[in-house]
Design a protein around this ligand. Structure first.
Ligand SMILES: Cc1ncc(COP(=O)(O)O)c(C=O)c1O
Length: 380
Protein backbone atom coordinates (compact mmCIF):
# COMPACT_ATOMS: atom_id res chain seq x y z
CA UNK A 1 0.00 0.00 0.00
CA UNK A 2 2.86 2.35 0.78
CA UNK A 3 4.89 4.18 -1.87
CA UNK A 4 8.49 3.14 -2.36
CA UNK A 5 9.73 6.62 -1.33
CA UNK A 6 8.23 6.20 2.12
CA UNK A 7 9.99 2.87 2.56
CA UNK A 8 13.26 4.65 1.76
CA UNK A 9 13.13 6.74 4.96
CA UNK A 10 12.96 5.88 8.65
CA UNK A 11 11.40 7.45 11.72
CA UNK A 12 13.82 9.87 13.36
CA UNK A 13 15.97 8.38 16.14
CA UNK A 14 15.26 11.49 18.27
CA UNK A 15 11.52 10.86 18.23
CA UNK A 16 11.90 7.12 18.83
CA UNK A 17 13.83 7.66 22.04
CA UNK A 18 11.46 10.41 23.22
CA UNK A 19 8.37 8.31 22.60
CA UNK A 20 9.85 5.28 24.40
CA UNK A 21 10.60 7.32 27.56
CA UNK A 22 8.91 6.48 30.86
CA UNK A 23 6.84 9.26 32.49
CA UNK A 24 8.97 11.53 34.68
CA UNK A 25 12.19 10.82 32.79
CA UNK A 26 14.75 13.66 32.71
CA UNK A 27 14.66 15.01 29.19
CA UNK A 28 18.07 15.78 27.71
CA UNK A 29 16.81 14.41 24.41
CA UNK A 30 14.58 16.83 22.53
CA UNK A 31 16.02 20.08 21.22
CA UNK A 32 13.60 22.64 22.52
CA UNK A 33 13.92 25.52 24.95
CA UNK A 34 12.36 24.89 28.37
CA UNK A 35 10.97 28.46 28.24
CA UNK A 36 7.65 29.87 27.11
CA UNK A 37 7.41 32.41 24.31
CA UNK A 38 7.76 36.00 25.57
CA UNK A 39 4.59 37.23 27.37
CA UNK A 40 3.99 39.96 24.75
CA UNK A 41 4.01 37.34 22.02
CA UNK A 42 1.49 35.15 23.84
CA UNK A 43 -0.70 38.23 24.33
CA UNK A 44 -0.39 39.11 20.65
CA UNK A 45 -1.46 35.58 19.67
CA UNK A 46 -4.54 35.76 21.91
CA UNK A 47 -5.40 39.21 20.52
CA UNK A 48 -4.97 38.01 16.94
CA UNK A 49 -7.32 35.08 17.49
CA UNK A 50 -9.88 37.25 19.33
CA UNK A 51 -9.68 39.95 16.67
CA UNK A 52 -10.58 37.56 13.90
CA UNK A 53 -7.20 36.80 12.32
CA UNK A 54 -8.36 33.22 11.91
CA UNK A 55 -8.41 32.86 8.16
CA UNK A 56 -6.14 31.92 5.28
CA UNK A 57 -3.47 34.46 4.41
CA UNK A 58 -1.07 34.89 1.48
CA UNK A 59 0.92 31.72 0.84
CA UNK A 60 4.26 33.58 1.04
CA UNK A 61 3.27 35.02 4.43
CA UNK A 62 2.02 38.38 5.72
CA UNK A 63 3.82 41.21 3.87
CA UNK A 64 4.57 43.04 7.14
CA UNK A 65 6.33 39.97 8.56
CA UNK A 66 8.25 39.38 5.31
CA UNK A 67 9.38 43.03 5.41
CA UNK A 68 10.54 42.68 9.00
CA UNK A 69 12.52 39.53 8.19
CA UNK A 70 14.05 41.14 5.06
CA UNK A 71 15.15 44.10 7.19
CA UNK A 72 17.11 41.76 9.43
CA UNK A 73 18.98 40.31 6.42
CA UNK A 74 19.94 43.66 4.90
CA UNK A 75 23.10 43.83 7.05
CA UNK A 76 24.35 40.84 4.99
CA UNK A 77 22.96 41.84 1.57
CA UNK A 78 21.57 45.40 1.38
CA UNK A 79 19.25 44.60 -1.56
CA UNK A 80 17.24 42.01 0.42
CA UNK A 81 13.50 42.69 0.29
CA UNK A 82 10.29 40.84 1.03
CA UNK A 83 10.61 39.27 -2.44
CA UNK A 84 13.45 37.18 -1.02
CA UNK A 85 11.40 35.98 1.94
CA UNK A 86 8.87 33.20 2.31
CA UNK A 87 7.21 32.49 5.66
CA UNK A 88 6.90 28.73 6.23
CA UNK A 89 5.10 26.50 8.69
CA UNK A 90 8.44 25.72 10.44
CA UNK A 91 12.08 25.13 9.57
CA UNK A 92 11.14 21.51 8.85
CA UNK A 93 8.58 22.51 6.24
CA UNK A 94 11.08 24.99 4.78
CA UNK A 95 13.66 22.21 4.42
CA UNK A 96 11.13 19.98 2.67
CA UNK A 97 10.04 22.79 0.31
CA UNK A 98 13.70 23.44 -0.55
CA UNK A 99 14.42 19.75 -1.21
CA UNK A 100 11.37 19.28 -3.44
CA UNK A 101 12.05 22.53 -5.31
CA UNK A 102 15.78 22.01 -5.89
CA UNK A 103 16.58 18.31 -6.13
CA UNK A 104 15.81 16.22 -9.18
CA UNK A 105 15.75 12.46 -9.56
CA UNK A 106 19.34 11.19 -9.67
CA UNK A 107 20.88 14.35 -8.18
CA UNK A 108 23.41 14.10 -5.38
CA UNK A 109 23.25 16.32 -2.31
CA UNK A 110 26.16 16.78 0.10
CA UNK A 111 24.87 16.46 3.66
CA UNK A 112 26.71 16.65 6.99
CA UNK A 113 27.54 13.42 8.86
CA UNK A 114 26.63 13.72 11.65
CA UNK A 115 23.85 16.13 10.73
CA UNK A 116 20.28 17.08 11.52
CA UNK A 117 17.90 14.17 10.95
CA UNK A 118 15.88 15.65 8.04
CA UNK A 119 18.56 16.43 5.44
CA UNK A 120 19.23 12.92 4.12
CA UNK A 121 15.58 11.69 4.23
CA UNK A 122 14.36 14.84 2.48
CA UNK A 123 16.93 14.32 -0.28
CA UNK A 124 15.73 10.71 -0.65
CA UNK A 125 12.06 11.73 -0.68
CA UNK A 126 12.89 14.14 -3.51
CA UNK A 127 14.48 11.24 -5.45
CA UNK A 128 18.06 12.42 -4.89
CA UNK A 129 20.95 10.63 -3.20
CA UNK A 130 22.40 12.13 0.00
CA UNK A 131 26.21 12.01 -0.01
CA UNK A 132 27.51 12.40 3.55
CA UNK A 133 30.56 14.55 4.30
CA UNK A 134 32.40 14.07 7.59
CA UNK A 135 32.40 16.19 10.69
CA UNK A 136 34.81 14.80 13.28
CA UNK A 137 36.04 15.91 16.69
CA UNK A 138 39.67 16.12 15.54
CA UNK A 139 38.60 18.89 13.10
CA UNK A 140 36.34 20.40 15.76
CA UNK A 141 33.38 19.25 13.66
CA UNK A 142 34.20 21.63 10.78
CA UNK A 143 33.92 20.43 7.15
CA UNK A 144 37.04 19.25 5.37
CA UNK A 145 37.25 21.07 2.03
CA UNK A 146 39.54 18.40 0.53
CA UNK A 147 36.98 15.75 1.31
CA UNK A 148 34.21 17.85 -0.24
CA UNK A 149 36.29 18.21 -3.42
CA UNK A 150 36.64 14.42 -3.56
CA UNK A 151 32.90 13.86 -3.08
CA UNK A 152 31.62 16.29 -5.68
CA UNK A 153 30.55 14.82 -9.06
CA UNK A 154 28.72 16.11 -12.13
CA UNK A 155 25.48 15.08 -10.43
CA UNK A 156 26.05 17.10 -7.26
CA UNK A 157 23.31 19.69 -6.99
CA UNK A 158 23.54 21.18 -3.52
CA UNK A 159 25.59 21.47 -0.36
CA UNK A 160 23.65 21.42 2.91
CA UNK A 161 25.36 23.26 5.78
CA UNK A 162 24.29 23.87 9.35
CA UNK A 163 26.06 26.36 11.59
CA UNK A 164 25.52 26.57 14.54
CA UNK A 165 25.17 22.84 14.24
CA UNK A 166 22.78 20.28 15.55
CA UNK A 167 24.09 17.91 16.91
CA UNK A 168 27.69 19.12 17.36
CA UNK A 169 27.27 22.72 18.55
CA UNK A 170 30.05 23.81 16.15
CA UNK A 171 29.91 27.33 14.66
CA UNK A 172 31.79 27.82 11.38
CA UNK A 173 34.36 30.64 11.49
CA UNK A 174 33.78 33.19 8.70
CA UNK A 175 36.87 31.93 6.82
CA UNK A 176 35.28 28.48 6.62
CA UNK A 177 32.02 30.03 5.39
CA UNK A 178 33.93 31.87 2.64
CA UNK A 179 35.78 28.72 1.62
CA UNK A 180 32.53 26.75 1.44
CA UNK A 181 30.98 29.49 -0.72
CA UNK A 182 33.98 29.46 -3.07
CA UNK A 183 33.75 25.66 -3.28
CA UNK A 184 30.01 25.79 -4.05
CA UNK A 185 30.47 28.57 -6.64
CA UNK A 186 33.27 26.65 -8.37
CA UNK A 187 31.01 23.63 -8.79
CA UNK A 188 27.77 25.62 -9.34
CA UNK A 189 26.13 24.08 -6.29
CA UNK A 190 23.29 25.68 -4.38
CA UNK A 191 24.06 26.11 -0.69
CA UNK A 192 21.19 25.18 1.58
CA UNK A 193 22.15 26.84 4.85
CA UNK A 194 20.16 25.85 7.90
CA UNK A 195 20.61 28.76 10.30
CA UNK A 196 17.87 28.01 12.83
CA UNK A 197 20.38 28.40 15.71
CA UNK A 198 21.88 31.60 14.30
CA UNK A 199 21.10 33.65 17.40
CA UNK A 200 21.98 30.94 19.91
CA UNK A 201 25.74 31.50 20.13
CA UNK A 202 28.16 31.83 23.04
CA UNK A 203 31.56 32.88 21.70
CA UNK A 204 30.67 35.64 19.24
CA UNK A 205 28.23 35.86 16.33
CA UNK A 206 27.71 33.14 13.75
CA UNK A 207 28.48 33.99 10.13
CA UNK A 208 25.43 33.72 7.90
CA UNK A 209 25.81 32.41 4.35
CA UNK A 210 23.34 35.01 3.07
CA UNK A 211 25.08 37.58 0.84
CA UNK A 212 28.26 35.50 0.46
CA UNK A 213 27.26 33.54 -2.63
CA UNK A 214 24.51 34.10 -5.23
CA UNK A 215 23.17 30.59 -4.88
CA UNK A 216 22.21 30.39 -1.24
CA UNK A 217 18.91 29.46 0.36
CA UNK A 218 18.63 30.19 4.08
CA UNK A 219 16.37 28.00 6.20
CA UNK A 220 15.36 29.62 9.46
CA UNK A 221 12.73 29.25 12.17
CA UNK A 222 11.24 30.98 15.17
CA UNK A 223 10.96 27.65 17.04
CA UNK A 224 14.13 28.03 19.07
CA UNK A 225 14.70 31.80 19.16
CA UNK A 226 11.21 32.61 20.43
CA UNK A 227 10.76 29.30 22.32
CA UNK A 228 7.74 28.35 20.22
CA UNK A 229 8.57 24.87 18.92
CA UNK A 230 4.89 23.92 19.14
CA UNK A 231 3.66 26.92 17.14
CA UNK A 232 5.24 25.81 13.87
CA UNK A 233 6.55 28.90 12.14
CA UNK A 234 9.73 29.58 10.18
CA UNK A 235 10.98 31.20 6.99
CA UNK A 236 13.20 30.92 3.93
CA UNK A 237 15.41 33.61 2.44
CA UNK A 238 16.23 32.88 -1.21
CA UNK A 239 17.40 34.51 -4.41
CA UNK A 240 14.55 36.46 -6.01
CA UNK A 241 14.61 34.23 -9.10
CA UNK A 242 14.06 31.12 -7.00
CA UNK A 243 11.51 32.44 -4.50
CA UNK A 244 8.39 32.03 -6.74
CA UNK A 245 9.18 28.34 -7.33
CA UNK A 246 9.77 27.78 -3.63
CA UNK A 247 6.48 29.51 -2.95
CA UNK A 248 4.68 27.31 -5.47
CA UNK A 249 5.95 24.17 -3.77
CA UNK A 250 5.31 25.56 -0.30
CA UNK A 251 1.70 26.31 -1.34
CA UNK A 252 1.27 22.67 -2.32
CA UNK A 253 2.51 21.53 1.10
CA UNK A 254 0.82 24.04 3.37
CA UNK A 255 -1.34 26.56 1.42
CA UNK A 256 -0.20 29.29 3.82
CA UNK A 257 1.45 29.69 7.24
CA UNK A 258 -0.74 30.22 10.31
CA UNK A 259 -2.16 33.76 10.24
CA UNK A 260 -2.46 34.45 14.01
CA UNK A 261 0.96 32.94 14.71
CA UNK A 262 2.49 35.30 12.13
CA UNK A 263 0.82 38.28 13.80
CA UNK A 264 2.23 37.16 17.15
CA UNK A 265 5.74 36.67 15.78
CA UNK A 266 5.63 40.15 14.29
CA UNK A 267 4.94 41.48 17.78
CA UNK A 268 7.79 39.34 19.13
CA UNK A 269 10.27 40.84 16.68
CA UNK A 270 9.61 44.36 17.88
CA UNK A 271 11.56 43.95 21.16
CA UNK A 272 14.88 44.05 19.26
CA UNK A 273 15.72 40.47 20.23
CA UNK A 274 15.88 41.01 24.00
CA UNK A 275 13.80 37.92 24.88
CA UNK A 276 16.12 35.74 22.79
CA UNK A 277 19.24 37.30 24.32
CA UNK A 278 17.94 36.63 27.83
CA UNK A 279 17.38 32.98 26.96
CA UNK A 280 20.83 32.71 25.39
CA UNK A 281 22.43 34.11 28.58
CA UNK A 282 20.86 31.25 30.52
CA UNK A 283 21.93 28.68 27.89
CA UNK A 284 25.47 30.01 28.13
CA UNK A 285 25.52 29.46 31.89
CA UNK A 286 24.21 25.94 31.31
CA UNK A 287 26.88 25.30 28.72
CA UNK A 288 29.45 26.11 31.41
CA UNK A 289 27.70 23.81 33.89
CA UNK A 290 27.43 20.93 31.40
CA UNK A 291 31.06 21.26 30.31
CA UNK A 292 32.20 21.16 33.94
CA UNK A 293 29.99 18.19 34.78
CA UNK A 294 31.02 16.23 31.68
CA UNK A 295 34.70 16.74 32.53
CA UNK A 296 34.04 14.51 35.57
CA UNK A 297 32.58 11.67 33.49
CA UNK A 298 35.23 9.05 32.67
CA UNK A 299 35.60 7.85 29.06
CA UNK A 300 34.32 10.97 27.28
CA UNK A 301 35.90 13.33 24.75
CA UNK A 302 34.04 16.64 24.64
CA UNK A 303 34.40 19.50 22.15
CA UNK A 304 32.92 22.57 23.81
CA UNK A 305 29.92 23.77 21.77
CA UNK A 306 29.97 27.41 20.58
CA UNK A 307 26.33 27.51 19.55
CA UNK A 308 22.92 25.76 19.58
CA UNK A 309 22.15 23.97 22.87
CA UNK A 310 23.71 20.59 22.35
CA UNK A 311 26.87 18.92 23.48
CA UNK A 312 28.02 15.89 21.56
CA UNK A 313 30.49 13.85 23.64
CA UNK A 314 32.28 10.89 22.09
CA UNK A 315 32.64 7.86 24.37
CA UNK A 316 35.28 5.17 24.39
CA UNK A 317 33.09 2.41 25.84
CA UNK A 318 32.53 -0.89 24.12
CA UNK A 319 28.90 -0.09 23.44
CA UNK A 320 26.84 1.27 20.55
CA UNK A 321 25.25 4.66 20.97
CA UNK A 322 21.84 2.96 20.89
CA UNK A 323 22.90 0.72 23.79
CA UNK A 324 24.19 3.65 25.80
CA UNK A 325 21.02 5.70 25.19
CA UNK A 326 18.82 2.68 26.04
CA UNK A 327 20.75 2.04 29.29
CA UNK A 328 20.40 5.69 30.29
CA UNK A 329 16.72 5.65 29.43
CA UNK A 330 16.26 2.65 31.72
CA UNK A 331 17.85 4.81 34.47
CA UNK A 332 15.45 7.65 33.74
CA UNK A 333 17.41 9.98 31.42
CA UNK A 334 16.42 10.64 27.81
CA UNK A 335 19.39 11.28 25.51
CA UNK A 336 19.76 10.88 21.76
CA UNK A 337 22.07 8.19 20.37
CA UNK A 338 24.69 9.82 18.14
CA UNK A 339 24.04 7.45 15.24
CA UNK A 340 20.56 8.99 14.82
CA UNK A 341 22.53 11.77 13.03
CA UNK A 342 24.52 9.55 10.68
CA UNK A 343 27.19 6.85 10.79
CA UNK A 344 29.86 9.19 12.20
CA UNK A 345 27.61 9.87 15.16
CA UNK A 346 28.40 6.31 16.34
CA UNK A 347 30.11 6.35 19.77
CA UNK A 348 28.54 9.73 20.52
CA UNK A 349 25.58 10.88 22.55
CA UNK A 350 23.70 14.10 21.98
CA UNK A 351 22.74 15.87 25.18
CA UNK A 352 20.48 18.91 25.01
CA UNK A 353 21.15 21.59 27.61
CA UNK A 354 17.84 23.30 26.90
CA UNK A 355 16.83 21.70 30.21
CA UNK A 356 16.79 23.15 33.72
CA UNK A 357 20.06 23.30 35.69
CA UNK A 358 18.59 20.90 38.21
CA UNK A 359 17.72 18.35 35.50
CA UNK A 360 21.16 18.78 33.97
CA UNK A 361 22.79 18.06 37.34
CA UNK A 362 20.61 15.00 37.96
CA UNK A 363 20.84 13.68 34.41
CA UNK A 364 24.61 14.08 34.17
CA UNK A 365 24.98 12.56 37.65
CA UNK A 366 23.25 9.43 36.33
CA UNK A 367 25.49 9.47 33.25
CA UNK A 368 28.54 9.68 35.50
CA UNK A 369 27.42 6.69 37.59
CA UNK A 370 26.79 4.67 34.45
CA UNK A 371 30.16 5.65 32.95
CA UNK A 372 31.94 4.73 36.19
CA UNK A 373 30.34 1.26 36.08
CA UNK A 374 31.39 0.76 32.47
CA UNK A 375 34.96 1.83 33.25
CA UNK A 376 35.09 -0.58 36.19
CA UNK A 377 33.75 -3.38 33.98
CA UNK A 378 36.40 -2.76 31.30
CA UNK A 379 39.16 -2.70 33.94
CA UNK A 380 38.28 -6.27 35.03
C1 LIG B 1 19.22 22.13 12.65
C2 LIG B 1 17.76 22.17 12.67
N1 LIG B 1 17.10 22.58 11.59
C3 LIG B 1 15.74 22.66 11.55
C4 LIG B 1 14.99 22.29 12.64
C5 LIG B 1 13.51 22.35 12.52
O1 LIG B 1 12.95 23.22 13.39
P1 LIG B 1 11.39 23.60 13.29
O2 LIG B 1 10.75 22.65 12.35
O3 LIG B 1 10.86 23.45 14.68
O4 LIG B 1 11.36 25.00 12.80
C6 LIG B 1 15.63 21.85 13.80
C7 LIG B 1 14.86 21.39 14.97
O5 LIG B 1 15.34 20.74 15.85
C8 LIG B 1 17.04 21.78 13.82
O6 LIG B 1 17.71 21.38 14.90
Amino acid sequence: MVAERVRRVEISGIRRMFEAAPPGAINLGLGEPDFNPPAAVIEALCDAVRNGLNHYGPSAGLPALRDKIAERYRDRAPATTRDNVLVTGSGSEGLMAVALTLYDLGDEVLVPNPGFVLYAPHARLAGATPIPYSLTPNRRYLPDLDELERLVTRRTRALVVNSPSNPTGAVFPSKVVDRLCAFADRHQLTIVSDEVYEEIVYDGPATSFWGRSDRVVIVNSFSKTLAMTGWRIGFLVAPRALAPDLNKLHYHILACPSTPVQAAVLAGLSDGGEATRAMVREFKARRGLVTRLLARVPGLEVVRPSGAFYVFPRFSWNRTSQEVAAALLARGVITTPGDAFGSLGASHLRLSFAASRENLRRGLGILREYATELEAESAL
